[in-house]
Design a protein. Structure first.
Ligand SMILES: Cc1ncc(C[n+]2csc(CCOP(=O)(O)OP(=O)(O)O)c2C)c(N)n1
Ligand SMILES: [Mg+2]
Length: 334
């Protein structure tokens, strides 16, 4: 196992600050009616960013849920560009071109887990040197897909890292109503694979856990279930009012354990971060987001775009539907 160097921890903090800044900006843009629903990232940054920093972007796949995209910038600027298209409801937002190994956002809970296991199994069959890492929430772990995929991963010995982001809530459902199990990590026993629980506010601990799971997978030792324990610091989405159900004292305690403040003070002590670095990172994050949003707004939208990226080549039925949509578009133009 290799722990992250101080230089890596600094890169991780940059991505964490960028993600939170951009998430806040998107929240405001949603309130102005400029983008669709936003799921804020606050509190999730250390888990998501540190996990992807433990991967090799060239070989390893990431299957996100819906809260992660702003924290995946290590996989390239395409991720933000696509996410802005998605936020505008443009169909191209659901597609990420090769060689970027990140699946599109997934709203239908849990469905990304079997996708990741399938990818991992496929890599084994093709003797490709990589793993698939899948993010899913505590809520998603109640879906049948989680149990089916975890079971199959164990049986196939697939090189997959199943990362359960336990942020204590599934919208307004608290974890104690989500499961009677002692932890989400404990569910690994049912799949015959190792399960580890990690402090998800500790970037280095998450990095270590994912690095170790990845090494196991690459050594042919199969899947690992990692539970990262955090606290959702914001609303579920822009459509939610958490003040109706989140106990204020719990939120206050969680804010004292904010993953960004924690890594920031650690790096400040080492002389690797200061207010100027913070301000410069926030300014760059805003700039990148505004540019990506402008580019997304300028993207042409053809009437048949909704059918793009369904299959690598259109089926006969899709060909007919495409022709109908193009014709309807022309009628509208007239
Ligand atoms: C199959 C399915 N059922 C229900 C929903 C409605 N829904 C959207 S988000 C959500 C909560 C998910 O919680 P969790 O997996 O813990 O992720 P978090 O939002 O906490 O990051 C629910 C129930 C859905 N999107 N898909
Ligand atoms: Mg949750």
């Amino acid at each position: 196992m290799t722990s992250p160097s101080n230089a890596q921890l600094r890169e991780i903090l940059v991505d964490m600050v960028m993600a939170r800044t951009q998430s806040g900006r998107l929240w405001n843009l949603q309130r102005q009616g400029q983008v669709g629903t936003v799921a804020p990232i606050d509190g999730h940054e250390a888990t998501i960013v540190a996990a992807v920093h433990a991967l090799e972007t060239e070989h390893d796949w990431v299957a996100p849920q819906y809260r992660e995209p702003l924290a995946l910038r290590r996989y390239g600027p395409e991720i933000l560009e696509r996410f802005m298209l998605y936020s505008l409801g443009h169909p191209a937002g659901g597609h990420i071109p090769e060689p970027i190994r990140v699946l599109p956002n997934q709203i239908s809970l849990g469905t990304q887990i079997p996708h990741a296991v399938g990818i991992a199994w496929g890599m084994t069959l093709r003797s490709e040197p990589g793993v698939a890492l899948v993010f899913f929430g505590d809520g998603s772990s109640s879906e049948g897909d989680f149990y089916e995929a975890g079971n199959l991963a164990g049986v196939l010995n697939a090189p997959v890292v199943m990362l359960c982001v336990n942020n204590q809530w599934a919208i307004s459902t608290p974890v104690h109503q989500q499961t009677a199990a002692e932890s989400f990590a404990a569910k690994a026993a049912g799949f015959g694979i190792p399960g580890i629980k990690v402090d998800g506010n500790d970037a280095a601990a998450v990095y270590d856990a994912v690095d170790e799971a990845r090494s196991r997978a690459l050594a042919g030792k199969g899947p690992t279930l990692v539970e990262a324990v955090i606290y959702r610091l914001g609303a579920h989405t822009t459509a939610d009012d958490p003040t109706r159900y989140v106990p204020p004292e719990d939120l206050e305690a969680a804010r004292r354990n904010d993953p960004i403040l924690r890594l920031r003070s650690q790096l400040e002590e080492l002389g690797l971060w200061d207010d100027d670095a913070q301000a410069a990172t926030e300014a760059e994050a805003m700039d990148l987001l505004d540019k990506a949003l402008d580019a997304a707004k300028a993207m042409p939208l053809s009437p048949d775009a909704v059918l793009d990226h369904c299959f690598s080549a259109d089926t006969q039925r899709l060909e007919r539907q495409r022709a109908d949509l193009l014709e309807a578009g022309q009628r509208e133009d007239r």
